[in-house]
Design a protein. Structure first.
Length: 393
């Protein structure tokens, strides 16, 4: 009985030992095969020229180029303060007529409002009186000169007549300058006495009337603005530049401006001014870009996007399009290929600056290497697919 138990125990021990020894070898061998298969599949993606064409995969050669980093910022369109004019009369008067209206496009010198002014009447009459005095002084000086030549009167009378002439001439010049200062027109100087009270108030610059405060019958004086005229052929775009980008911005720098209303329109401007004080809350600096606006499509208060282009760096850098880069396991990769261009493998790279859709490659890519400039997302998908299939097996 004991012998039979011993024999049974030995047999069970042999069976259990065989199972134990067999199982690790089997598992080890199967796992190794799977890992080897997975590595083989993830090492590269084979794709012939026909499949590349069907999937939109395009290969190019890595090369160095002058890399210019573009700074993008948002801002607001403002009227050019150097091209704004507030129109007011130079003397007091009553508004008689307002031939201009809000929104009108006016030219420099065009009459915007007509006043009736007692001051203008007085200045006009004084000028005409000075004209009469001068004419009399000229006639008297000519008469006395003739008498002196005939030795009928003393020479000192001629000297007095010449003095009176110079005084009259000076008074006339002063009165003429006063009329000019008031803004008098030719009708005040050469017209009849019926219109010597009329004062034409012209537009000082060409532009658009954006404000109107002139009402017929109201009294006006130099302290009251009747119109605001703005020349929108040149506008300002004020943007906020972050502190970290200030070293890349300078006056005179080229800028490109776009707005949502006309996304296809790109206007070129220049940085005209950098503020002296940084905003303590946003850590940004106000930068003013002056932009030519010949078609007057940009309007004050519009939001705008500005791209500031620093001078191109003299150093040449390897750069690739942003779409060529893919992220795998938290790392940036490019799909590189050999001369056959039928097998692609992911290659980890270190990205640097980015600008205008291009990314600088600091390391991981050599000049002359071939990589997928288009279709890299398809290659990434195929790579992931092969890894999943390998893992499933």
């Amino acid at each position: 009985m004991k012998k039979s138990r011993i024999i049974i125990g030995v047999i069970l021990a042999i069976i259990m030992g065989g199972v134990y020894l067999y199982q690790p070898v089997s598992l080890k061998t199967g796992g190794s095969e799977k890992r080897e298969k997975k590595i083989e599949q993830s090492d590269g993606i084979k794709m012939n020229a026909r499949l590349q064409n069907e999937n939109g995969v395009l290969v190019t050669v890595a090369k160095r180029q002058s890399f210019t980093e573009v700074i993008t910022a948002t801002g607001k369109v403002e009227a050019n303060a150097d091209r704004i004019a507030h129109v007011s009369p130079r003397i007091s008067g009553q508004i008689f007529s307002v031939p201009a209206s809000l929104g009108d496009r006016v030219t420099a010198g065009q009459t915007l409002v007509i006043l009736k002014s007692l001051e203008m009447a007085e200045a006009t009459n004084r000028y005409r009186l000075s004209q009469t005095k001068l004419a009399l002084a000229v006639a008297n000086m000519t008469r006395i000169r003739t008498l002196v030549e005939k030795k009928i009167v003393a020479r000192k009378e001629l000297l007095q007549a010449e003095t009176d002439y110079k005084i009259a001439q000076t008074e006339l010049q002063n009165d003429k300058e006063r009329l000019s200062l008031y803004g008098a027109g030719s009708s005040n100087v050469h017209g009849s006495s019926n219109n010597n009270t009329t004062l034409m108030v012209p537009a000082p610059i060409s532009g658009t009337i954006t404000e109107k405060h002139a009402i017929v019958g109201e009294l006006s004086d130099p302290s009251k603005s009747l119109f605001t005229v703005v020349d929108l052929s040149s506008i300002w775009v004020v943007v906020d530049i972050y502190e970290k980008d200030l070293a890349k911005v300078s006056t005179g720098q080229r800028a490109t401006v776009t707005v949502d209303a006309w996304p296809e329109l790109k206007l070129t401007g220049r940085v005209a001014y950098l503020a002296d004080m940084l905003d303590a809350t946003t850590r940004t600096l106000k930068v003013r870009v002056e932009v030519a606006n010949p078609e007057r499509k940009l309007k004050p208060e519009m939001f705008a996007r500005v791209e500031l282009t620093p001078p191109a760096s003299a150093a040449m850098s390897l750069a690739v399009p942003e779409d060529a880069l893919q992220e795998i396991d938290g790392k940036k990769v490019l799909f590189v290929t050999d001369k056959s261009q039928e097998e692609f493998r992911p290659q980890t790279v270190e990205a640097g600056r980015s600008s205008g859709g291009m990314v600088e490659i600091v390391s991981g890519l050599k000049e002359g290497e071939r990589y997928a400039v288009k279709g890299s997302f398809i290659l990434k998908s195929e790579l992931k697919k092969s890894e999943l299939e390998g893992g499933a097996e």
